[in-house]
Ligand binder design. Structure first.
Ligand SMILES: Cc1ncc(COP(=O)(O)O)c(C=O)c1O
Length: 386
């Protein structure tokens, strides 16, 4: 039996991507590479729903966040950092590490942001240069309301800079329509590619601010990357060629399925997984109204040592998932279901968790859990509407 990768990242890679990344190298100053880079960039723009510039760097998601910070600001610039989990905090820490003047607005982990409060803050501090926002808080499984955030920012001069690491390609994110100035994501989540690529979309308004930025940068210089792309369809330094091969394949798969169908698949599979787990007696950590469609969080089962539970699932059922992070470490666990994920994987996950509960002598109605899970998937995925 294959390993069942249900991590919140890195996620499973489709066979096409696995095959592609083992291909022979090409020269990155040759035409074949430029063609690949242009194709990947143009297809990414479709998935980002943007006509803005899109640049690709060799880095993980955190590197992408650092790219956004060092290019957008100068020391002492004021930014509003909105957080409700680990990754919002990380984005903020990067800004602080570079001497940006961060105004902190925190909401409880596992709860939605209070958008009226965000609006009030923006009204109160007129000189805010940008809002740092996390679209999908992977640490809690909360999907933040980026569309609403986009509406709020329209009334202000500030940029909207968004960590979309665990959302882009899985959750609806309409960059241009929603007025997002910078969207940062990475390859290893819903984009079904191994870790190692950071992708950054930049609006014209963001470029204007980037041109003023004096924070130190060399490898992460967005203006330099833009110049290389525009003038020669190349990257300034040696690109991660194999990852681009794999991403090229992944994007083809996404566009073939249709991006709106991809969103629907994520939403339906999430609902089905949550229902199945509830039937097993495992409670979701957040309500459906704010639930992420790429990672689901659940309370750790009571009466079982969580480490034993997790180790058992890995060893006996080859199911790989994640525990809680930060202050939620001993409280929740997280199942990733983004990118290369299908009905069988969700059913297998529910079945393996049900069997594990039984192995630990807990009652678990595996049969009805599986029936409910399957019912939601077959009814909702076959419906015509998106
Ligand atoms: C929302 C979010 N932001 C940032 C990161 C950091 O990305 P990386 O681990 O690729 O540096 C992650 C990783 O899980 C994430 O989920």
């Amino acid at each position: 039996m294959d390993e069942l990768i249900m991590l919140p990242g890195p996620t499973a890679i489709p066979p096409e991507g696995l095959e592609a990344q083992s291909r022979q190298m090409i020269g990155h100053r040759e035409e074949a590479f430029s063609k690949l880079l242009v194709r990947v960039t143009e297809n990414l723009k479709k998935v980002f729903f943007t006509e803005n510039d899109l640049l690709i760097f060799p880095a993980s998601g955190t590197g992408g966040l650092e790219i956004a910070i060092v290019n957008s600001f100068s020391p002492g610039d004021k930014v509003l950092s909105v957080t409700n989990g680990v990754f919002g905090q990380r984005f903020r820490e990067i800004a602080k590490a570079y001497g940006v003047n961060v105004i902190e607005l925190d909401f409880p982990w596992g709860e939605p942001c209070d958008y009226d409060k965000i609006e009030n803050f923006l009204g109160k501090y007129q000189d805010i240069k940008a809002v740092l926002f996390t679209h999908n808080e992977t640490s809690t499984g909360v999907q933040n309301d980026l569309q609403r955030m986009g509406e709020i920012i329209k009334e202000h001069d500030a940029l909207l800079i968004v960590d979309a690491v665990s959302s882009l390609g899985g959750l609806p994110l309409y960059t241009d329509k929603w007025g997002v100035d910078m969207v940062i994501t990475s390859s290893q989540k819903a984009l079904m590619t191994p870790p190692g690529l950071a992708l950054v979309a930049v609006s014209p308004q963001a470029w204007r601010q980037i041109e003023q930025s004096t924070l130190p940068k060399f490898y992460w210089d967005l203006l330099k990357a833009k110049k290389y792309y525009e003038e020669s369809r190349q990257t300034p330094y040696t690109p991660a060629v194999s990852l681009l091969y794999a991403l090229d394949q992944a994007l083809k798969l996404i566009l073939k399925e249709g991006i709106e169908n991809v969103f629907k698949r994520h939403r339906v599979l999430t609902r089905a997984l949550r229902r199945g787990m509830e039937k097993l007696g495992i409670k979701p950590f957040v309500p459906w109204e704010i639930a992420s469609y790429t990672v689901s969080s659940f309370y750790q089962p009571e009466g079982i040592d969580f480490k034993d539970f997790k180790d058992h699932l890995v060893k006996k059922y080859k199911l790989h998932f994640a525990g809680g992070q930060g202050r939620l470490k001993d409280k929740i666990f997280r199942i990733g279901h983004m990118g290369y994920v299908n009905q069988e994987m969700i059913l297998k996950t529910v079945e393996s968790i049900g069997s594990t509960l039984e192995d630990f002598n807990f009652k678990a109605d595996k049969v009805s859990a599986l029936a409910e899970t399957e019912k939601i998937i077959s009814e909702e995925l076959s419906r015509n509407e998106l």
